[in-house]
Every structure is written in C-alpha cells, then in structure tokens.
Design a protein around this ligand. Structure first.
Ligand code: AMP
Ligand code: MG
Length: 406
C-alpha cells in the first residue's frame, strides 16, 4: 500500500497544464498572480513629507533654536510648491511634496509659530532627509513589485491600485463537480426511513471547496448501480475535477472502481496507507482528475484535505497547496493500531509557552459529530502505534484554523 506522501506525489505529478485568465483586480483577491507586475511610476512620485511640520534646509536649522521666515505652503494635492529660499521654512503636511531648496522636514511638535504667523522658531536641529520619503524610494518605475506566483491579499490589491492595474492575469480556477453515492442516502430536507441516513458528505465537500474559493456543481446522489454511476460520471467528466463520495470500499455494492474501469479511466492509485481513508481512489480521464473518496464522513473530509485540496490549490497556481503543518506538545497518551499514517481530530492552541495539542474524543471515522470541534488533526506516523503525553507531534492545521473559537 502506498504512503500518504507517495499518493500526494502521484496526485501532484498528474496535474494537467494550468490556464490563465484576466480578471478585475478586485476579483483577484485570494487568487494567484500569473504575471509579474512592475511599477508604472515612481512611488513616491515626488519627495514626500512623512509628517506635518516645516520643510527647511537642514543646514539652516543646524544651530537650533533658530527663527526662520515662513514661505508658502505645501499640502497634499495642493500642486507642486515653488522653491524654498535659503533661511526660510515652508509649512508642509503629511503626503505633500517637499519643495526644492529644502532637504528635511521638522515636525510641528518641535516648532513654534510666531503670533503673526510670519516666522517660525525651529526648536531642534533636523537631519538631512529626516521625515522625507525620497522620490522612487518605495518603488522605482519599471521595478517588479508583485511576482507571478504570489497569492493576492488586501495589500497586494492596494499595490495593484497604486500602479493602476485595473485588470490582472491570474491562474484560472478549476471547474469542479461532485456527487455522492449510496442507496441509503436521502437529502437534507427529507426524513430518512429506518434504514436510511441523510447525505452529509456532499455538503461537507462543497463547503471545503467553498473555503478554497471554489464553486462546485453538485450532481446529486447516485444509487449503487452502474447505470446511475455512469450517468453522473459522464456529467462530471466534463469538469476539470470530479469528486465522488462513497462506493470505493470492498463491499459488493461498491461499484465505483468497476465503473472507472469500464469507462476507461486510468486508475493511478486505489489504496493509501492513511487512516481514515484507506480506500481512496485517484484516477484520470483525459485532463479530468477524478477522486473517489470513502463515504465515512471523516474519511471524506480528511482525504479531501490531504489529496484533493493540494491538487486544486496547485491548479489555482499555489506553489505550496498543502495545509500548514506544525509541531506541538501532545496533552495525552494516544494509541492506534492501523499501521497507517493517521489523522485524528485535535484542538490546537497556543498557551504562551508553546503549541499544545489536545486530542478530541471521537468514536470512529464515521463520527463527524466528534470531529466537528476540531481546528486541526494530529498525525500518527505510520510506524508508531503509541504517542506519549508530552511528546512533540505533527499537526495539520485545518483551513479555518485561525477563525475557530472554542
Ligand atoms: P461507503 O464508502 O459507500 O462504503 O460508505 C461508508 C459509510 O459512509 C457508510 O456507513 C455510509 O452509509 C456512509 N456514507 C456514505 N456516503 C455518505 C454521505 N454522502 N453522507 C454521509 N454518510 C455517508
Ligand atoms: Mg456506499
């Protein structure tokens, strides 16, 4: 059975080429840039005052306190100021151009204006260039300010606005379809019969996709017969990525494998040494990637995070599409005997001294209720069946880790 790392390696080396699209810069939030953006002008575009105060020649204030004549004014957006004559000071506001003839700005707090407003006493000397951001000091025209491969956040949007990039090239989002399988499933608004349960995986998976900023086409529930599976597969194969929940285990009605083979899919792996989620299948048909995830709710959730997310993230242009992993101190003795790499629910928190990992009680890979309070999973390495309290363990932070509240 292949390891989690090997399986991920297969997924990431099976991806089709990525596509680029042009979007409004505001729509590029949380997307990955597919082009370098360079400065279309110098920033600042002039020698800019960083403070409210008086523009002076530093040499004139060297023997401060010194009284200088007031000359003109420079305010943000008030036009370019004239030249400052020697022995004079110009009132200047934050963001305004420093006049030629001045090489420093003394802050208003250490200046005293005369009663008639015609002279100012500079109380302390000021260094050359003090409180001035020189022309081009943040970006020189032509310099690359955002690199291709960079994920766009609010600050990057501001950079785009600064340089007038109203449209930018980003990696195209993959189109995704998904369906659930199972004769026992009914939809959320239905009342299950004694032998039925409600379909939860489709909604969990769609939420995981939504968390990645991806829309998905939900194809409904396929009953456990080849005809219905084939029907939904045909629709799903139109998309870049198809996700199927359930029907991949060894049972007599787990027909997803057979249908994959009959429909000519190339099966790239069909078992992984992961717990939960051993029967995960990964296949390909043309440029469409197909993930068959086990139906137990935690299995579906965890295998999405371990295999589907990295594939989708990479298609979206992310260089590091996996969830973040960290080390933390385990707060209880834990056992497992699967011989597989295991991902179990945890509450991970910072207590001032370090990252702590509190394992959450849960009953099985079906127990989504027990999993629902988790902000991370802790990881049992494949060759370990016992982790000791106090030991440093690896944790995989769930995507909304920073927003979770206990
Ligand atoms: P399967 O992978 O189809 O063998 O299903 C494994 C377990 O997960 C069974 O107990 C199913 O009833 C359950 N299951 C399958 N699909 C879903 C789903 N969409 N929502 C909730 N539970 C499911
Ligand atoms: Mg089933």
């Amino acid at each position: 059975m292949i390891s989690v790392e090997e399986a991920l390696g297969i997924v990431l080396s099976s991806l089709p080429g990525r596509k680029v699209e042009q979007v409004s810069f505001q729509d590029s939030l949380n997307r990955v840039l597919a082009e370098d953006l360079s400065a279309t002008c110098n920033i600042p575009p002039f020698n800019r005052s960083a403070m409210d105060g008086y523009a002076v020649a530093a040499a004139d204030a060297a023997n401060a306190p010194v009284e200088l004549d007031i000359y003109g004014e420079s305010r943000a957006g008030g036009g370019m100021p004239g030249m400052l004559p020697p022995g004079a000071a110009m009132p200047i506001m934050t963001g305004a151009p420093v006049p030629s003839g001045a090489d420093a700005v003394q802050i208003v707090e250490v200046c005293r204006l005369s009663d008639d407003g015609r002279r100012v006493t500079i109380l302390k000397p000021v260094r050359v260039r003090e409180n001035i951001a020189p022309l081009g000091s943040e970006a020189a025209e032509g310099e690359i300010v955002l690199k291709a491969g960079h994920r766009v956040g609010p600050a990057e949007i501001a950079v785009m606005a600064t340089f007038g990039y109203s449209r930018v090239q980003v990696w195209k989002k993959p189109s995704v379809a998904l369906f659930a399988t199972g004769d026992e499933l009914v939809e959320v608004d239905q009342v299950p019969r004694a032998d039925q349960i409600r379909n939860s995986n489709a909604y969990c998976l769609r939420s995981q996709l939504a968390n990645m900023g991806l829309e998905s086409e939900y194809l409904g529930i396929a009953r456990d017969n080849k005809g219905e599976l084939r029907e939904k597969m045909i629709l799903g194969l139109e998309r870049d990525v198809l996700i199927i929940s359930g029907g991949v285990s060894m049972g007599e009605y787990d027909l997803v494998h057979d249908v994959f083979e009959e429909m000519g899919l190339e099966i790239l792996f069909s078992k992984v040494a992961i717990k939960p989620g051993k029967p995960t299948v990964f296949a390909r048909k043309g440029d469409t990637l197909v993930f068959g995830l086990p139906g137990n709710p935690i299995s579906a959730l965890v295998t999405f995070e371990c295999f589907v997310r990295p594939a989708l993230g990479s298609l979206c242009g992310m260089a590091q599409p996996q969830l973040h992993r960290m080390q933390g101190e385990l707060l209880a003795d834990m056992k497992q005997s699967s011989g597989r790499m295991a991902f179990f629910p945890a509450w991970v928190f910072w207590d001032g001294g370090g990252l702590r990992v509190e394992p959450l009680p849960w009953k099985s890979s079906a127990d989504i209720i027990g999993f629902a309070g988790a902000n991370a999973t802790y990881i049992f390495p494949r060759n370990r069946d016992h982790l000791k309290k106090g030991e440093q363990v690896e944790v995989m932070l769930l995507p909304d880790f920073f927003f979770r509240q206990r």
